[in-house]
Design a protein around this ligand. Sequence first.
Ligand SMILES: Cc1cc2nc3c(=O)[nH]c(=O)nc-3n(C[C@H](O)[C@H](O)[C@H](O)COP(=O)(O)OP(=O)(O)OC[C@H]3O[C@@H](n4cnc5c(N)ncnc54)[C@H](O)[C@@H]3O)c2cc1C
Length: 385
Amino acid sequence: MNKYDVIIIGAGAAGLSAATTATNTGHRVLVLDMGPHPARKVAVSGGGRCNITNMAADASRYFGENPNFVRGAIARVSPVDILNWMDAHDLAYTEKAPGQYFCASNATDVVNALIKDASSADIKYNHVVKSVEKQNNEFVVGANDTTYISKSLIVASGGVSCGVHGVSDIGYKIAKYFGHKIVPVRPALCAMAIDTPAPELMGISIDCEITIGREIIHDALLFTHFGIGGPAVYRASVRDISNGLVINMCPGIDIYELLRLAKHTNGRRSISNVLSEHIPMRLARYFGGGDMRNIADIRDAELKNIADTINRLKIAGRDIRLHNLASAEIVRGGVSTDLISSKTMESKICPGLFFASEVMDVAGDLGGFNLHWAWASGRIAGNNS
Ligand SMILES: Cc1cc2nc3c(=O)[nH]c(=O)nc-3n(C[C@H](O)[C@H](O)[C@H](O)COP(=O)(O)OP(=O)(O)OC[C@H]3O[C@@H](n4cnc5c(N)ncnc54)[C@H](O)[C@@H]3O)c2cc1C
């Protein structure tokens, strides 16, 4: 029989969380997933270690048209609840940075625990949902030439980044069909391409500060063959960077003062030689530009130019090119939260229709915030379906 109380599109982090709470309330639940395995993004998350949650989860770590939308969900499903869930499944975890928790073994152990929890649901893999309609207050879902019917529908089909793990835009299509607005989607938690990449710097990692408006991100930056990446850049990419950003590649050191001091106290050294005391040698040589003159012979204005590039590299918003959707960990944008209840995740204009996690216009910061949002919004959608 193809009739269920609840159909969930997507057996990812949110879909399986929703399946667990929906079956716990006694519902007959069907989960349809286009892929051959469950939770494929969870399995590769955190470099295979799954950064499950973060104690700092609050509205300030989420981005979209209405970041406050996450408040109620995080109050109901807190980071401590997620650690308790790990304990209940005998899954050890480690605190890699203050408040940032990873699975101590392997992300696939987290996937197995999710599947165990959702085992009362009927889960069908390799089932691509292509159509959804509402007839006589029931959802009619088409997948693999078969029709499935339910009273409630939870759309947990994720975003469209990192397509190698199997993604589709079905969630946006369903939302639009029922009258929801879609906030334009773009890559986030990704590297940035720059106009004048320096492939010779590839592989160098430095501690940096990136200033975006009033916020300063302090984290590692990695030079790539096409531009810049690493945690600091990933974190910048999820924020609103349309007004540009400023990178300080040597935080805490005033490079202009450093060079001027060297000029007056030890003027026979080269610029690269002075810089290499504070930044990696390859980077120092790059900024020194092969200039082997004594620093004493270089004008202050030239020193200032070099110092500004290191301490205050400005990248205008129009020059920022986020690396592609294929390599981005998540997307920014998606189904607008305007017409979704933050308490239940139910559509305010289509009763019985629920959304969970990344398909919505909610993007979390790097550090376990996205999976936290998936667990929280998924559990809530399932509970209320
Ligand atoms: C490489 C990588 C590493 C990451 N690491 C972390 C991390 O350590 N910590 C963290 O917090 N976040 C991390 N993220 C982000 C996190 O994985 C996502 O935010 C999270 O998985 C979103 O959960 P979801 O349930 O909304 O979507 P998904 O987990 O993407 O699940 C969506 C599911 O829907 C299915 N689907 C889509 N369309 C259809 C269709 N038409 N029919 C049927 N099924 C369909 C897909 O097959 C998929 O299984 C990472 C992401 C990537 C790509």
